[in-house]
Design a protein. Structure first.
Length: 580
């Protein structure tokens, strides 16, 4: 590379140019335009623009030469490696670190540190708890040890983690609102629709106290639990969370957290989408004012008799964009006569009917949909459960005990009497056809209640994305191993879930950068495998396999770690760039 000065009538411009060869011919390519001499004189003040430009080009050449040089490393088969010296480091966290700093979490830590005047590095602790939760999910003690595997070593002691948890618990509302506001600088947030759901996490203890209380566990475990309420935006990125007592009615968890969003996040007009379990009348009324709205699933089985009869009536169904009425009882006959291609089209269609209902002075719109494809899916699941029930009857009837509403054992009928009405010597088990017939009547039907007047397909589309908030909980429980929880104090428990929540925000944003082309398992396992061997005095040698995922990762973050060796200077620049 060399400096080129191009003079015109009005100014002299400075360029960095490079000689290239194309088709056997030599030509020049402009690498960078440095500006005019006059502009540079103003910026550089006491420096000569020409001399500065020459030094700049010389530095570029040095860097290029450094990057092109071959590194030779000598090893001796008779020399032992140094005892206790770490040689293997994980670099997958660097991509998480970039998002962490883009979200301004280091600045949030700085504000909290200035408020409490403590002497430990909160940023180092929080960041390592988050990177560890995503890449090496484990206890706080194990996370401290595992964080030493990162290229940058932790700047805190183990005992300081627990002190930091107490602070994080006190500032959880501030962290959430600041995180949201900072995220707006990174990308737009789709807050027109907010999804809410609630789940619980169990503890490996027997005694409940504080927020750890006995309640209906999602895993059906006889352990104390805490409940987490979570709001997610319309793009699948978590927005806010709360931790509540394990014995609290989950319907009561929505309003307090939603009020915080309205006040702390300065959001006012949005649609709240929930499942039927959180759709109490009080919650619906709360979101029927001040510019808010609701979309919630509605159990057909729990409708009043006249509404249930209307919902299951085969006549009066419509298709989007059509004014024609359809009789869904004729669909099976249509499928029998159709070609294979038309069969698939008929099965995929979603029919609907709607009406406004008014109860206790509260008006809402009831939408019911019907789909052959959904009906067949439900029957496939049920047939599988019936097979399990029959197998249990045939092979292990002692296993039959009380079951919940969705357990396959609900299809097993037990009787202690013979067909003649006499007391049987042994209990008799059989498949309960009455329950099967009762359930089949609802196959293919799906209900939604709302106060919106939008087109039915739009409402169905919004409601359909509820699966993403369920996936958020699955990721926290399975991939992030957020439970069982081993912490005892309430503040440390809340801080634990704060780190899980932030980890989920960062992970979801990573998914978006990767254009959602990779599964959760692929992303986390490949980040975990991005190991480097340190070559003293030279840099870091990548020990991971280059894949489509690593290529997409490097392209999304605009830096690469997959060269044969990442020199010390290159790694130093990467570390600096991830903290901008």
């Amino acid at each position: 590379m060399r400096l080129q000065i191009v003079s015109s009538k009005n100014a002299a411009s400075l360029y960095v140019v490079k000689s290239i060869y194309e088709n056997g011919k030599r030509s020049s390519k402009v690498v960078e335009k440095l500006g005019t001499v006059a502009d540079l004189e103003k910026k550089l003040i006491d420096q000569d623009p020409i001399e500065w430009a020459k030094n700049y080009v010389e530095e570029l050449n040095k860097k290029e030469k450094e990057e092109k040089r071959e590194v030779l490393v000598k090893y001796s088969p008779s020399k032992l490696i140094d005892k206790g010296e770490p040689r293997l480091f994980n670099g997958g966290y660097l991509f998480l670190q970039k998002i962490y700093h883009d979200l301004g979490l280091h600045k949030i830590c700085m504000e909290i540190s200035q408020k409490y005047k403590f002497d430990f590095d909160l940023d180092s602790i929080l960041s390592r708890l988050i990177y560890g939760r995503i890449i090496f999910p484990s206890s706080k003690l194990a996370t401290y040890e595992l964080s030493k595997k990162f290229i940058e070593q932790p700047k805190y002691d183990l005992h300081q983690i627990y002190r930091a948890l107490e602070i994080l618990a006190k500032e959880t509302d501030f962290i959430q609102s600041s995180l949201y506001k900072n995220s707006l600088k990174v990308s737009k947030r789709n807050t027109g629709v907010l999804y809410y759901d609630c789940t619980n996490y169990f503890f490996e203890i027997e005694q409940g106290d504080g927020i750890k209380q006995y309640g209906p566990s999602k895993e059906h475990r006889p352990n104390p639990i805490v409940q987490m309420g979570l709001f997610m935006d319309g793009d699948g990125i978590p927005l806010a969370f709360s931790i509540n007592r394990g014995n609290m009615n989950e319907q009561l968890t929505l309003k307090p957290l939603e009020k915080k969003i309205v006040s702390d996040f300065e959001l006012s007009k949005f649609i709240v989408c929930t499942d039927a379990g959180l759709a109490s009348e009080a919650n619906r009324k709360f979101n029927d004012k001040d510019g808010r709205a609701f979309i919630t699933t509605q159990s057909i089985k729990k409708l009043k008799a006249h509404l249930k009869k209307w919902a299951l009536d085969p006549d009066g169904w419509k298709l989007p964009g059509s004014k024609k009425n359809y009789d869904i009882s004729e669909l099976d006959e249509m499928i029998d006569k159709a070609t294979p291609e038309d069969k698939a089209k008929i099965s995929a269609k979603v029919y609907f009917k709607e009406r406004w209902i008014k109860e206790n002075g509260f008006e809402q719109r009831l939408i019911v949909t019907y789909s052959i494809k959904y009906r067949d899916y439900q029957r496939k699941i049920r047939n599988s459960q019936i097979e399990r029930a029959q197998k249990t009857i045939d092979t292990n009837p002692t296993k039959i005990k009380k079951c919940n509403a969705n357990d396959y054992k609900r299809f097993i009928h037990k009787t202690s009497y013979t067909p003649d009405g006499e007391i049987a010597k042994k209990e008799i088990y059989s498949i309960d056809q009455a329950i099967i017939q009762k359930e089949e009547a609802f196959d293919g039907f799906y209900g939604v209640c709302t106060n919106l007047e939008d087109d039915v397909p739009e409402i169905i589309k919004v409601n359909h994305r509820r699966w993403e908030i369920e996936e958020c909980f699955r990721i926290m429980k399975s991939e992030f191993k957020a439970r069982p929880v081993f912490l005892k104090k309430d503040d440390r428990i809340e801080a634990h879930f704060s780190t899980c929540f932030i980890s989920l925000v960062i992970y979801r944003m990573l998914e978006k950068r990767l254009k959602e082309e990779f599964t959760c398992h692929e992303i986390i396992s490949e980040l975990r495998d991005m190991n480097f061997k340190e070559i003293k005095g030279e840099g870091y040698e990548p020990l991971y396999t280059r894949t489509d995922f690593t290529d997409a990762l490097h392209e999304a973050f605009d830096f690469r770690t997959d060269y044969q060796i990442v020199t010390k200077s290159k790694m130093k620049k990467i570390l600096k760039d991830t903290k901008k």
